[in-house]
Design a protein around this ligand. Structure first.
Ligand code: C5P
Length: 310
């Protein structure tokens, strides 16, 4: 009887996303602070005979989900993750992957990256390859810039492409309202719009540095100060590609959010609330004015990729 292993991995919001000038390899140097939030992807890996990697995807009922938005071939990051584990450890068996999505697709919350992190851990466990934490991290980094963070979770500083992580000290919980859009934004397209604004509109761009104000606010557990320190250099390019996001941000601020910011490369808008109660009030207002297609109240930080008991 093959052993099935189920792993859940969290989505994220970037509390800081400072972007430097495009490098020769096409990537941008980042100074970012990730926070994992309690929205999860789960991936179940069941070993099979023969070398095939197959994948199925469904979503939790809370999520507006179009199955056509997730590819089931080699473009799927979980499929690539399984192949990367098999290649690294000389595994000739195949695997059946079953994904249950809880993170919005193409939303700037790293749902695909969470699938990849969960699939790496699930395959490594199911095939019993005996991988170290460092080896899991390197496999994740080979799959995408945000994948290692989903493995580690909690709150972390990311530099380089965003994959060189160190833990951030935090105190207490933050309450977020994630305002999602049915349409997604492509991360490369948002970075390309960032480059276009730099080249054509003279937007200046410096080497990214970590915000000390944010680190101090996180350590103090002060949501007001965290709100004041939130920064995202991809917000303007995301709004340029999806102007409706300006209204989404304004509607969250109208409901007295401490701050509202585009999450990662968007289009999800993250509104910071004073409490869980306040988050529900912001969610009700954004829903009533109709500036998002769905809203989710979540808290952070959340744990990284975790094997669930069978
Ligand atoms: O690493 P990942 O595959 O997730 O990145 C997706 C795309 O996002 C890259 O192809 C690149 O266009 C952009 N990106 C970037 N700089 C980063 C991370 C991502 O330009 N640090």
């Amino acid at each position: 009887m093959p052993r099935s292993v189920t792993v859940r991995a969290p989505g994220k919001v970037n509390l800081q996303l400072s972007v430097g000038p495009r490098r020769d390899d096409g990537y941008h140097p980042l100074a970012t602070v990730f926070q994992a939030v309690e929205l999860y992807e789960t991936v179940t890996a069941t070993p099979t005979l023969g070398g095939d990697v197959t994948v199925s995807v469904r979503a939790q009922p809370t999520l507006a989900f179009d199955p056509a938005s997730v590819p089931l071939d080699e473009r799927n990051l979980a499929v690539r993750a399984a192949r990367a584990v098999a290649d690294a450890y000389g595994i000739e068996d195949g695997v059946r992957l079953e994904i249950v999505k809880g993170v919005p697709v193409a939303g700037g919350m790293a749902g695909g990256s969470a699938d990849a992190a969960a699939a790496v851990v699930a395959c490594a466990e199911a095939w019993e390859v005996g991988a170290t934490r460092g080896e899991l991290h390197d496999l994740c980094a080979s799959l995408g810039s945000d994948v290692p963070f989903s493995l580690h979770g909690h709150t972390a500083v990311g530099v380089g492409r965003g994959d060189e992580l160190s833990p951030a000290m935090t105190h207490g919980e933050l309450h977020w309202v994630m305002c999602t859009q049915r349409a997604g934004l492509s991360t490369p397209a948002v970075f390309a719009e960032f480059d276009r604004a730099v080249e054509q509109e003279g937007v200046t761009v410096a080497d990214p540095v970590l915000s000390q104000a944010l680190m101090t606010a996180l350590m103090a557990g002060d949501p007001h100060a965290v709100g004041e320190a939130l920064v995202n250099d991809l917000q303007a390019p995301a709004i340029a590609l999806m102007p409706r996001l300006r209204e989404t941000l304004d509607s969250a601020l109208d409901a007295d959010a401490l701050a509202a910011i585009v999450s990662g490369s968007g289009p999800t808008v993250a509104a910071l609330a004073r409490s869980r109660q306040h988050a529900l009030a912001i969610a009700a207002h954004v829903t009533a004015v109709g500036t998002a297609d769905a809203v989710l109240c979540v808290s952070g930080p959340a744990a990284g990729a975790t094997v669930l008991a069978p």
